[in-house]
Design a binder for this molecule. Structure first.
Ligand SMILES: [Zn+2]
Length: 197
């Protein structure tokens, strides 16, 4: 009898942590971000996770040029009189996440909700008729809100995961962001996805 053929048991493809740093920006995949976040010891208390879309730049402006887009946003924010790029975190269509303004620094995202806030900008235009969110981007946006809530021990509700639209005359993060930008839309379409993780 022939020797039975040996079979090598291979695990499913594993995604390894990947980090690229340029200047103040730390660009990571989800696997790297979770390690980075677990090491983060933030002294300021966190009460809100702000969700925004960049609107401009939008998907057509993105071509694997994460750092160019971040630097461009910073230039535009400095021109508006901010001390740094406004947001703490940026998510990209390919699912990567960049640390921008250091998390220890209060962001400039939503007036009245910056102290205690972490500001996330999702690159794209998620108004109706705008960009169609990629699967990777969608996965990262849901996942990022979930891991931040876990890290800072936040319940998942309209007091903690907030949209810019609720506090300003803007559509941000977009009239088509997870089915709409209202509080009811967030409760019906966005929070359940975050709670599932
Ligand atoms: Zn906004």
């Amino acid at each position: 009898m022939k020797n039975p053929k040996k079979t090598t048991f291979r695990p499913k493809t594993k995604v390894f942590p990947k980090t690229t740093i340029e200047g103040q920006y730390i660009l990571m995949n989800r696997e790297a971000f979770i390690l980075w976040l677990s090491d983060l010891d933030l002294k300021r208390p966190i009460k809100y996770i702000q969700n925004h879309h960049t609107w401009n730049p939008r998907y057509v402006d993105f071509n694997d040029n994460h750092f160019d887009k971040l630097k461009g946003m910073k230039r535009s924010h400095l021109r508006r009189g901010f001390s740094d790029i406004a947001q703490n975190l940026t998510t990209f269509p390919d699912g990567l996440i960049a640390v921008c303004r250091p998390l220890k620094t209060v962001p400039a995202g939503i007036k009245g909700k910056n102290t205690g806030g972490i500001c996330i900008e999702h690159l794209g235009n998620f108004d109706a008729g705008g960009d169609t969110m990629t699967d990777e981007h969608r996965k990262t946006i849901i996942w990022l809100n979930a891991v931040l809530c876990k890290k800072f021990k936040l319940e998942i509700n309209r007091n903690t995961i907030i949209y810019h639209h609720w506090f300003a005359g803007k559509s941000c993060p977009g009239t088509n962001f997870f089915g709409g930008n209202s509080k009811l839309n967030a409760e019906a379409n966005f929070y359940p996805l975050i709670r599932k993780l």
